[in-house]
Design a protein around this ligand. Structure first.
Ligand SMILES: [Zn+2]
Length: 273
């Protein structure tokens, strides 16, 4: 499943492709639903509209036009690509045709993705986006103080807490494990027991691992494709994720593995307290 860095990579690729604000001449839907029905009015509402921005909120892409915003979640296998005439593929579910002759294709073999419409300026009211926590890369919205507020008195372990989208968005299993290792915090530590300086370090570590993944172009856990059709790539080696039983890169101790909050978790019992 694409995580935040992959979605951000897709967003920046699309934003670059659509920087000249091309005008949609036709939205061609090849089916009526993905994980949920696609609004019947989607094609009509977007026709004739320029794409004025491509934004991201959590793992959702927002194609903004003056009339409405096209909301897209990539689900497990969703991809966008520039698809010239003749490049039609099985599992292409939506084509955006532009007046300049270009065409974007949304392809999603497993169809866990989502295409929906949002009224202008109403994004935060959409059921998928309402109640989401701050963006981890927003240094003003996501701080040690904000995280401390969410942790206060909580007996839930810190790893599931930072993976809770109401606390902070877009920190998936891989990035949670890596950030906790860097911050030296044991994943099972009660959230309310983590001191403020350690929470500051955790916020910085979350931001750093996500930024490194974005810089590397996202990871290749699934069959994710970047906008434009190139394979995603993530050259940074994970320090703990998927490395249970192997030596800690810092101290050499054998990394521990367990299931925590329903997710596989790896940590170093010497480096993480
Ligand atoms: Zn260690």
């Amino acid at each position: 499943m694409p995580e935040l860095p992959e979605v951000e990579t897709v967003r920046s690729g699309l934003a670059l492709l659509l920087a000249d604000r091309p005008i949609l001449c036709r939205v061609q839907l090849m089916r009526a639903d993905l994980r949920a029905p696609i609004p019947a009015s989607l094609a009509r509402r977007l026709r004739g509209q320029p794409i004025i921005a491509v934004r991201r909120r959590a793992k959702y892409l927002l194609f903004e036009t003056p009339a409405a915003t096209l909301l897209c979640h990539l689900g497990m296998t969703g991809t966008w690509r520039l698809a010239p005439s003749g490049d039609e593929r099985i599992h292409d579910h939506c084509y955006l045709h532009f007046f300049d002759g270009r065409r974007l294709a949304y392809r999603d073999p497993r169809r866990f993705g989502l295409l929906d419409l949002i009224e202008p300026g109403r994004a935060e009211e959409h059921p998928a986006l309402a109640g989401l926590g701050p963006e981890p890369l927003d240094a003003r919205a996501f701080t040690g103080a904000v995280l401390a507020e969410r942790c206060a008195g909580r007996k839930v372990a810190i790893k599931p807490l930072i993976m809770d989208q109401r606390v902070v968005v877009g920190v998936g299993n891989i990035y949670a494990a890596e950030a906790l290792f860097r911050a030296g915090i044991r994943p099972s530590c009660f959230s309310g027991r983590v001191s403020r300086p350690r929470l500051d370090a955790l916020v910085a570590a979350i931001r750093a691992v996500l930024l490194e993944a974005i810089a590397a172009g996202g990871s290749t856990i699934s069959d994710f494709r970047q906008a434009g059709g190139d394979s995603g790539y993530f050259q940074t080696r994970f320090q703990v994720y998927d490395r249970a039983g192997q030596p800690c890169v810092r101290c050499g101790a054998k990394l521990r593995g367990a299931v925590l909050g329903g997710r596989s978790t790896v940590w170093c019992s010497r480096c993480q307290r």
